[in-house]
Design a binder for this molecule. Sequence first.
Ligand SMILES: CC(C)(COP(=O)(O)OP(=O)(O)OC[C@H]1O[C@@H](n2cnc3c(N)ncnc32)[C@H](O)[C@@H]1OP(=O)(O)O)[C@@H](O)C(=O)NCCC(=O)NCCS
Length: 201
Amino acid sequence: MSEKQRKTRSLSEVDSPEDSMIIGSKVILRDKRLDDALNDYTWRTDPELARLDAAPMPTTTFPKYLSDYASELRCSSSTRHRFAIDTLDGKHIGNCGYYDIDETKGEAELGIMIGNRDYWDKGYGTDAVTTLVSHIFRQTNLKRIYLKTLDSNSRAQKCFKKCGFTPYRHLVRDRYNFVLMELHRDQWRKNSKQKLNQVRA
Ligand SMILES: CC(C)(COP(=O)(O)OP(=O)(O)OC[C@H]1O[C@@H](n2cnc3c(N)ncnc32)[C@H](O)[C@@H]1OP(=O)(O)O)[C@@H](O)C(=O)NCCC(=O)NCCS
């Protein structure tokens, strides 16, 4: 890791020999590891999760998926950052990240999936998104984060609204109806101040 990368780490990030961790209230976001591959393959080949994500299911076998996974882990990218979502006691329950980072426009797309159904509707998604958004706005110069989710995915929209995202456009792509939602840095700052005042009151 370069000195510049080291300096951009958040106060809430903890160095360990091989991982960086971003700590939230209910989750820890950490670097992806090879031993996440089986969970990721299981989730990506789950028909309900693929439908909710409007994503094609991989047709490759697990050994092939694992070998591609290992190659991908070895490559770092300046346009996307992926994290595993762990519970505070270290159970891997999903993934999140930001993609299509455009330094010129100052924006990136956020993605999340809680793959383990036992952890739906318990606030883990909200905490993971809130933690990731804080990390992005504190550690980068990005000014806007956007995301898209299916029009029909009310749980996801409720979760993103709780994190401060607001809908701004509808989009039809590959016969799927999406709602696009966004959060600007200024709005995030206002929301954070408001929450702090509520805690102090
Ligand atoms: C979408 C997802 C990230 C949300 O995370 P989560 O931990 O389940 O969500 P949270 O518990 O933080 O918040 C969900 C909210 O939606 C509410 N909700 C659940 N089902 C709902 C429905 N059908 N309609 C309206 N609200 C609903 C929950 O009650 C909760 O609100 P509350 O805290 O006020 O009670 C997660 O469920 C997930 O990854 N699901 C599977 C994949 C998926 O949907 N992918 C698309 C992501 S774009």
